[in-house]
Design a protein around this ligand. Structure first.
Ligand code: B12
Length: 180
């Protein structure tokens, strides 16, 4: 008699040169996590691996730290992209590229201005295939978010914050107020 049904839903990957292609995603929020800098640097061990580092949601106060991290990862031969308010806001508001941003462009970091919900796939393809451009500008091409799913946030991550519904950490200084 049947007692148990085991149902496995498996979305297969694809072969490249006979090997199964796998994508592993690792997320860090430095206000509450220690970034595994050394192991990230070592993660591109062979020609068969591509490590892409994305410094995400970088605000102006965080940009110097993002730049330091970007340089460490660049020196390890990794692809590095930076996006967020500092790059998007400053490149929109100023008529010339500010020196701190220009310096990183000169060193080989890819900077991304604007929102990427609809461009993310193409950006990752460019990174994987080694054809990243220095600067991407999606400012005039805003994604339509109405039909997009709400992001799922891992519970273990939210537990690291004082209020589990807000990404404001115990380490963050300031009164948290800003004019939007
Ligand atoms: C929600 C929010 C918060 C939340 C959460 C912040 C967080 N760290 O997630 C809270 C309330 C905690 C907060 C706190 C603060 N905030 Co705030 N916040 C916002 C707000 C309203 C929305 C930000 C957001 O999540 N947008 C949605 C995400 C998806 O958009 P996004 O970050 O721009 O990312 C998109 C693109 O930039 C791009 N992108 C981003 N990263 C990357 C990386 C790569 C590789 C690529 C390809 C693309 C990419 O793709 C994303 C999707 O399209 C903005 C105002 C605004 N309208 O943007 C202010 C804003 C970002 N905050 C601001 C400030 C000043 C702060 C504080 C410093 C205030 C304080 N004194 O404490 C703190 C800093 C906290 C911290 N540690 O980050 C300023 C930043 C100004 C600046 N020059 O950097 C803003 C712009 C408000 C303002 N007008 O003054 N904030």
């Amino acid at each position: 008699m049947l007692r148990n049904v085991q149902l496995f839903l498996i979305k297969p990957s694809q072969y490249d040169d006979g090997y199964v292609v796998q994508v592993k995603i690792h997320m860090f929020d430095e206000t509450v996590d220690k970034i595994a800098v050394k192991s990230i640097c070592r993660s591109q061990r062979s020609d068969y691996t591509r490590t892409i580092v994305c410094l995400a949601g970088v605000q102006t106060s965080q940009f110097p730290r993002a730049a330091d991290l970007a340089r460490i990862f660049l020196r390890a031969g990794l692809k590095v992209m930076i996006g967020g308010f500092h790059v998007s806001g400053y490149l929109s508001l100023l008529s010339e590229i500010p020196p701190d941003i220009q310096q990183l462009l000169d060193e080989g970091v890819t900077l991304v201005k604007g929102e990427v919900e609809e461009a993310w796939r193409d950006l990752l393809c460019d990174a994987v295939h080694g054809r990243l451009r220095p600067l991407y500008d999606f400012m005039s091409d805003k994604p339509d978010l109405y039909e997009k799913p709400i992001p799922v946030i891992r519970k273990e991550y939210l537990r690291k914050f004082v209020a589990p519904t807000s990404a404001r950490s115990t380490n963050t200084r300031g009164n948290g107020r800003h004019a939007n």
